[in-house]
Design a protein around this ligand. Structure first.
Ligand SMILES: [Zn+2]
Length: 210
């Protein structure tokens, strides 16, 4: 099992250990570490980028309890230094955290968040209409979210019976395995680009600008 250090740490460099380095049919190498700071692709968020022993990481995926790092070159087993690229991490964490704010604000207005997709250029949160859902406009949502950003509400990470949960300020908690900014001001400003409701599902398309 790979220990996911990014669950509890915002550090971008770490000394850990290469447990296995396995060649694959396409000429690449799958590297498993004792501990990783690399967020794998999944949960609506793209993978971190960076390097392991100075070799660029080409992709990060998850397989059961292991995080798999894909490299073009092999790395020796044993102690190793890893580094996550700060710019990509920051972009993904900002977009993903903006999704939490949108989810939370919508939830307080009676909408049930069911899906989040936080890839750059295609961010959206999907809500399901509930009997008590209040009318939601792009302007209101954008204003409420940017108010939380202006108030710089802090992130909270909790372990609830082995489930990692995340919230900003007093918004509802969400079970989440992603990476987040440490407080809302780091997001920049959120732009709600459009709202689209179809068959009881409301998609909120958004972006975050510095
Ligand atoms: Zn999250």
């Amino acid at each position: 099992m790979t220990l996911r250090a990014y669950y509890t740490s915002d550090e971008l460099t770490l000394r850990t250990e290469v447990l296995s380095c396995t060649p694959t049919d396409d000429g690449k190498f799958q590297v498993v570490l004792a501990e990783t700071l690399f967020h794998p692709q999944g949960g609506g968020q793209l993978a971190d980028q960076g390097d392991i022993a100075g070799i660029p990481v080409k992709g990060v995926s998850q397989n059961d309890s292991q995080v798999i790092h894909v490299l073009d070159q092999p790395v020796p087993l044993g102690p190793v230094d890893i580094a996550v690229s700060p710019d990509i991490r920051s972009l993904h964490a900002r977009l993903h955290s903006a999704g939490h704010l949108i989810s939370g604000v919508g939830q307080l207005m009676g909408w049930q968040p069911v899906k989040g997709h936080h890839w750059p250029g295609e961010c959206r949160v999907v809500f399901e209409r509930q009997p008590h859902s209040e009318a939601l406009t792009a302007e209101h949502l954008e204003h409420a979210v940017n108010q939380l950003i202006n108030d710089d509400v802090p992130r909270q990470l909790l372990d609830q019976d082995g489930m990692r949960t995340v919230c900003f300020g007093t918004l509802p908690m969400h079970g989440c395995g992603g990476t987040h900014v440490s407080s809302a001001a780091e997001i920049g400003q959120v732009k709600v680009l459009k709202l689209k409701e179809k068959k009881g599902q409301l998609s909120v398309h958004y972006d975050a600008v510095n």
